[in-house]
Design a protein around this ligand. Structure first.
Ligand code: SF4
Length: 361
């Protein structure tokens, strides 16, 4: 990794400064006012039809499903106040509640709705119809794309090609994204992956670092030397064919500092076990539950004192998932810099940067 001053990104899907797109909400938080999250990240189920290395869903001995009543109750409190919804898992498309939840989310006022999926079930008519009608974007995780020279991903790419044709035929605003994990070891294969995505009609591809040690709640990126340079070359070469996104700050090694996990006020992560976790990088880890919503919750549960204390208790000197440089960790550092009146952070906030899907943090 190299160290350099991070720069703000614009019109990207992801950035360590994406929180800066919500200037008024951030300023309200800095004034000590209660704020609603920008995004709700929700697992409909912890089950999955795949078996990826290091995934908490794969390792779980017990699996959970959200109930219709729970989702309705959560949306009745957050809908209209929280503009972004990310449905993930586990694999959300295998939940019986997938299509009804997408429809309900639109009814309840969520504006950007994204679905993270492994893509295996995009040939299911009910799933496709719901996506075309209600979702803003899908992000297909091609996490095992290098194995057996794309043999695992080939059928998924075919599903994406068919979905793209249906988007064009129906004028649906749905956009197709894929995400892939990078490492120095995979460097030479990134071009081939981009070519495959272009061939399948994918609109955007998001690269992020592959991490290890998820099981210890201590994710750390694998070696990433050369990855940013290669992605830069691909962005130039394929600029007319596909949007290639990367959160640059995840690859840099500038120091991170925060006195509390501020991002939990802006990005709310709820597992299929109905527990609210501090951040996506520690989901399903029992040490990072900040609220258990399983026994019901009040309309103002976001500002419950015990929940707030859990958020305040996680500073950078003790947060063991710090090395993941996940988006929550980067937002924490950015907000801390604003609290300390850092001029560069204030300049970024005042520049009101624009991002694709601003409400999906
Ligand atoms: S596809 Fe996603 S949820 Fe399923 S096992 Fe792999 S990483 Fe986990």
């Amino acid at each position: 990794m190299k160290s350099e001053t991070p720069k703000p990104a614009t019109l990207e899907v992801a950035s360590g400064y994406k929180i800066a797109a919500h200037r008024e909400r951030v300023l309200a938080y800095l004034r000590g006012e209660p704020v609603y999250p920008v995004s709700l990240e929700l697992d409909l189920t912890s089950r999955c039809s795949r078996n990826c290395r290091d995934c908490p869903s794969t390792r779980a001995s017990v699996h959970w499903e959200l109930s219709e009543n729970f989702i309705e109750r959560l949306f009745s409190v957050l809908g209209g106040n929280v503009p972004g919804l990310l449905l993930t898992g586990g694999e959300p498309t295998i939940s019986a509640l997938f299509a009804p939840t997408l429809a309900l989310a639109r009814q309840r006022g969520f504006r950007d709705i994204a679905v993270v999926t492994n893509g295996s079930h995009l040939d299911n008519e009910e799933v496709c119809t719901a996506l075309l009608a209600h979702a803003s974007t899908i992000r297909v995780s091609l996490y095992d794309w290098e194995e057996e020279v794309f043999s695992g991903a080939e059928s998924i790419l075919q599903h994406l090609q068919t979905l793209r044709q249906r988007i064009e035929g129906s004028q649906s605003p749905l956009r197709i994204g894929v995400s892939a994990l990078t490492s120095t070891r995979r460097l030479k294969k990134l071009r081939r992956l981009v070519q495959k995505a272009v061939g399948a009609g994918v609109h955007w591809i998001y690269f992020h670092p592959r991490c290890r040690h998820w099981d210890q709640g201590r994710p750390q990126p694998e070696e990433q030397a050369g990855v940013l340079d290669e992605i830069g070359r691909l962005q130039e070469e394929f600029s007319e064919q596909i949007e290639i996104d990367v959160s640059t700050q995840r690859y840099l090694d500038f120091p991170l500092h925060f006195a509390a996990y501020h991002a939990a006020h802006f990005l709310m992560v709820v597992g299929a076990d109905r527990k609210n976790y501090l951040g996506a990088e520690v989901k399903y880890h029992p040490d990072f539950v900040i609220d258990d919503l399983g026994n019901g919750f009040d309309n103002d549960f976001l500002w419950d004192n015990i929940r707030l204390q859990q958020i305040d208790a996680q500073s950078s000197d003790k947060y063991r998932a710090l090395g993941s440089r996940h988006r929550g960790v980067l937002y924490n550092d950015f907000i801390e810099r604003l609290k300390c009146k850092d001029r560069e952070a204030e300049r970024i906030l005042d520049s009101r940067p624009h991002f694709r899907y601003p409400h999906i943090l």
